[in-house]
Design a protein around this ligand. Structure first.
Ligand code: AIR
Ligand code: ASP
Length: 361
């Protein structure tokens, strides 16, 4: 079924922590995660043996998590320690940061304490330009620089929100708070996909119980051994749910006996996209002119149902959504209502039920 693994070709680009190689297939590249660690735009450097392998495993696991939640990525498969095969993408020169709690540059910019939860995820855009120190950009800057069309930025933001939701819950199951993350996107034949990497080099992960920082801030701020933080993240993510894949997770579940196996299977079930039946009721707002309702009311009274004081005619819709969890199905439906299904000026909506449908296809 699966295609043979293409051979490694010439070096296309050597970044600060990864090298990209061409392959014998024009549509795929090999990403090598190196042990180099840099911070402050390359001014602080180190080599941490084993970091590349850890980051490539963590990235692979998190890319798969996104794919399962319906967020497309460039990931194809793991090839070996520190190596992944990816779809060749044209990288959009923007970095999208999603924040769930205050940390790092947001804390400095707004004078808020690190660790303060944000009432909603905050999205920021940065210009991917090392020579300028990756400056923050707003939508007008992006437009005047011609970096990406408005609709592309909209879609990137939408995918970034969904990616954040999916990863938040994956980390939560591992007892880790996902404080913020940076995403890069690429275009593959016109389709936006999450590219680059998803690792402790590019996200902030704090131990949920102790608040201990497990990510690259250890290196940036000399907070402790870097590799141990990254190892903790990987082993907890694997234990926190993993089943699929050739990694240690499946093996662990097997060794731990029947009960653990079942638990691993169950949590895997939870994560796979299921189908959700969502019922939405959309009604004219109270006091709004409702000509249909008025006509029906008059008709009923004319037939002798004099008790009818008022009729409002709305509509109901039944959606079938393929998504990982019901809370997300509800959230997405609300969004669809606001954007298309209901007219917010004259109508109100209510999601009457979200229930699991049989079968997964
Ligand atoms: N990030 C931004 N540029 C490079 C990286 N890795 C990531 C950081 C952090 C988030 O984006 O690792 O997870 C926000 O970074 P900052 O410094 O803006 O607070
Ligand atoms: N600017 C990024 C960071 O500090 C990466 C780097 O500078 O090398 O995390």
């Amino acid at each position: 079924m699966s295609d043979p693994v293409p051979e490694r070709g010439e070096l296309i680009r050597r970044g600060k922590a990864k090298s990209i190689y061409a392959t014998s297939r024009p549509d795929q590249v090999i990403v090598q995660f190196r042990d180099d660690l840099t911070a402050f735009n390359g001014r602080k450097r180190a080599e941490v043996r084993g970091k590349g392998t850890l980051n490539s495993r963590i990235s692979a696991l998190l890319f798969l998590e996104l794919e399962r939640s319906g967020v497309p990525t460039h990931f194809v498969q793991e090839l070996g320690p520190g190596l992944i095969l990816a779809r060749r993408a044209e990288i959009v020169p923007l970095e999208i940061v999603v924040r769930n709690q205050v940390a790092g540059s947001l804390s400095r910019r707004l004078g808020l304490p690190e660790g303060r939860p944000l009432p909603q995820p905050v999205i920021e855009h940065y210009y991917k330009r090392d020579d300028l120190g990756d400056p923050i950009l707003n939508r007008d800057h992006i437009r005047v620089l011609g970096l990406a069309a408005d609709s592309v930025v909209d879609e990137m933001e939408e995918l970034a929100r969904r990616a954040n939701q999916a990863l938040l819950s994956r980390f939560a199951r591992a007892g880790i708070e996902l404080v913020d993350l940076k995403l890069e996107f690429g275009l593959v034949g016109g389709q936006l996909v999450v590219a680059d990497e998803l690792s402790p080099d590019t996200l902030r992960a704090w131990d949920a119980a102790s608040g201990e920082r497990l990510d690259k801030d250890r290196f940036r701020r000399d907070l402790g051994p870097v590799l141990e933080g990254y190892e903790t993240i990987l082993s907890r993510l694997e234990a926190g749910s993993d089943a699929g894949g050739p990694g240690a997770g499946g093996q662990q579940a097997e060794n731990a006996g029947g009960k653990a196996q079942k638990a691993a299977r169950d949590s895997e079930e939870d994560r796979l996209p299921a189908r959700w039946a969502v019922e939405v009721r959309i009604m004219p707002k109270e006091g709004m002119l409702d000509p249909q309702g008025k006509a029906v009311g008059e008709g009923l009274r004319a037939m002798g149902y004099g008790e009818v004081e008022d009729v409002r005619v709305g509509k109901s819709m039944a959606l079938a959504l393929k998504l990982a969890d019901p809370a997300f199905a509800r959230q997405r439906t609300e969004e669809m209502c606001r954007r298309l299904l209901a007219n917010p000026v004259v109508e109100e909506f209510e999601i009457s039920s979200v229930s699991r449908m049989e079968g997964r296809s």
